[in-house]
Design a protein around this ligand. Structure first.
Ligand SMILES: *[C@@H]1O[C@H](CO)[C@@H](O)[C@H](O)[C@H]1NC(C)=O
Ligand SMILES: *[C@@H]1O[C@H](CO)[C@@H](O)[C@H](O)[C@H]1NC(C)=O
Ligand SMILES: *[C@@H]1O[C@H](CO)[C@@H](O)[C@H](O)[C@H]1NC(C)=O
Ligand SMILES: *[C@@H]1O[C@H](CO)[C@@H](O)[C@H](O)[C@H]1NC(C)=O
Ligand SMILES: *[C@@H]1O[C@H](CO)[C@@H](O)[C@H](O)[C@H]1NC(C)=O
Length: 445
């Protein structure tokens, strides 16, 4: 009974509006050009050969204009579109966005402009869009980003600039984008990032500079990025990277396919304790991808080798982490994961030989791997010969002198034995001195 009453009441209240919406409301004009969903204020205008923006759809919240032929967006192109929140203008052969094209679109939060023909982003292009959070400008032909190109959009969180022709960025391009979380600059031609480019981006989580022409990563560049989690630098020509600042959340550095020979400046990253627990309590693998770098497997690489040994299991799923040696020649293509003994026996033997008999065995086992490059050996040979000859002459002279002196005192047999011993000592001293020289030379390279 009760439910029936409710049903009738609801019907009585709602019927006028149902009748109104079905008979009185004229079909929305936007329906004439696009697929228009009245209740969602959503216009799907994709793939309609449009050459201008259909003004009939000005009430929309979600506006899909993909795959049309609109080449220029003039000032106030979307002036009437006061509700606009999502604007998709991908694949429109768009060449020019006049600064102010989106002015008064105060509710606009997402703009998708990827896959167009844009070459320049002028200053204040996005002025009047104060709530913009996502901006996709990837896969255009952008060469020039004027200073202040992103001024007026302080709430921006995601900026895609990948797959363009960008070779230069000014140091204040991203200034004031303090809410930025994701910045993608991959596949451009950036060879230099000026100091201060990322200053103030304290909320940045992901930064990708992969696929550029970077050679050096200067110091101080990432100092402000306290929330950075992932830093992608793969497919560049990086030969040097300065020690990274303390970034407690950073757990992914991708340096795959670069020109690094030494990674000693990343030792702190490997050692730093960081938040690595997942919600289910398992440890998160701190990812450092260094495969395809011409690494020089000397003593300096030891922290990386140990770290890779510890994470062998995880590395099975991350081929980019499976770093290999390029030099010395004997170790060429040896995977650091497969290398269970230190590369650096010379160093460890002097350091560990007194510790435990096992370390001696370990060093012996590893010794065939320790071959210093021919060049180092050949430059060392003449020096060794000279040193040995001079010391031999001095020693022999001393020997003759002592024997002569002792002879005169009549205590020859004892002294003879003793001098033999000192000759052995000399030989031993020479052996230990030699590798130390090599080592000093080697680690200095
Ligand atoms: C767009 O134009 C092309 C030729 O210019 C035509 O083949 C195609 O049918 C048109 N599409 C629409 C949706 O009108
Ligand atoms: C950053 O914001 C300040 C203050 O609002 C402004 O003066 C400056 O021009 C802005 N700089 C850039 C590059 O957007
Ligand atoms: C390590 O950092 C120093 C500066 O702190 C720099 O001079 C050097 O080139 C860096 N080495 C590598 C291999 O990146
Ligand atoms: C914990 O979660 C991660 C993904 O977040 C998953 O890969 C892993 O297998 C999970 N481990 C367990 C023990 O459930
Ligand atoms: C790393 O690569 C080498 C070959 O270069 C392979 O033998 C080894 O199994 C790989 N290690 C892991 C942990 O995947």
């Amino acid at each position: 009974m009760h439910t029936n009453m409710w049903y009738i009441w609801t019907l009585l209240i709602c019927s006028p509006s149902i009748v109104y919406s079905q008979t009185m409301q004229p079909p929305h004009e936007c329906s004439a050009v696009c697929e228009y969903t009245h209740w969602a204020l959503d216009a799907d205008c994709k793939n309609r050969n449009l050459t201008s923006i259909p003004g009939q759809c000005s009430q929309v919240v979600t506006f899909d204009l993909r795959h049309n032929h609109i080449r220029i967006l003039p000032v106030g192109a979307f002036e009437e579109f006061v509700n606009l929140r999502y604007l998709d203008i991908e694949m429109m052969e768009l060449e020019t966005i006049t600064p102010g094209a989106f002015q008064d679109n105060i509710n606009l939060v997402h703009i998708y402009i990827q896959i167009n023909q844009l070459t320049v982003i002028r200053s204040f292009t996005f002025k009047g869009v104060p709530n913009l959070k996502q901006l996709f400008l990837n896969s255009n032909k952008i060469k020039v980003l004027d200073p202040g190109a992103f001024e007026g959009i302080p709430k921006l969180e995601t900026l895609f600039l990948s797959d363009n022709d960008i070779s230069e960025i000014s140091s204040d391009l991203f200034r004031n984008l303090t809410k930025l979380r994701y910045l993608y600059l991959e596949n451009n031609h950036i060879s230099d990032i000026p100091e201060g480019t990322f200053t103030g981006l304290t909320n940045l989580r992901h930064l990708s500079l992969a696929g550029n022409d970077l050679v050096h990563i200067p110091s101080g560049l990432f100092d402000d990025l306290k929330h950075l989690r992932a830093l992608k630098l793969s497919y560049n020509h990086i030969i040097s990277i300065n020690p990274l600042p303390d970034l407690p959340r950073l757990n992914h550095i991708d340096l795959f396919n670069n020109q690094l020979t030494s990674v000693s400046n990343l030792t702190d990253f490997l050692k730093a304790p960081r938040r690595r627990r997942r919600s289910n309590g398992t440890k998160k693998f701190t990812e450092l991808f260094l495969a395809k770098n011409p690494l020089n497997c000397d003593c300096d690489i030891e922290p990386l080798r140990i770290w890779l040994q510890v994470h062998r299991e995880e590395i099975r799923n991350h081929h980019r982490a499976n770093a290999t040696c390029a030099s010395p020649a004997e170790l060429s293509d040896v995977s650091l994961c497969n290398q269970q003994t230190p590369f650096c026996t010379l160093h460890t033997s002097t350091q560990l030989s007194t510790d435990h008999p096992d370390t001696k065995a370990l060093t012996r086992a590893a010794s065939p791997l320790i071959h210093i490059s021919d060049e180092a050996e050949s430059t060392l040979m003449p020096i060794t010969i000279v040193v040995v000859s001079i010391s031999s002459v001095v020693l022999v002279t001393l020997l003759i002198l002592t024997v002569y002196m002792k002879c005169r005192n009549g205590r020859i047999p004892y002294q003879k034995h003793n001098t033999k011993g000192s000759d052995d000592d000399y030989k031993q001293a020479n052996i230990t001195e030699n590798p130390m020289n090599k080592h000093a030379k080697y680690s200095g390279m």
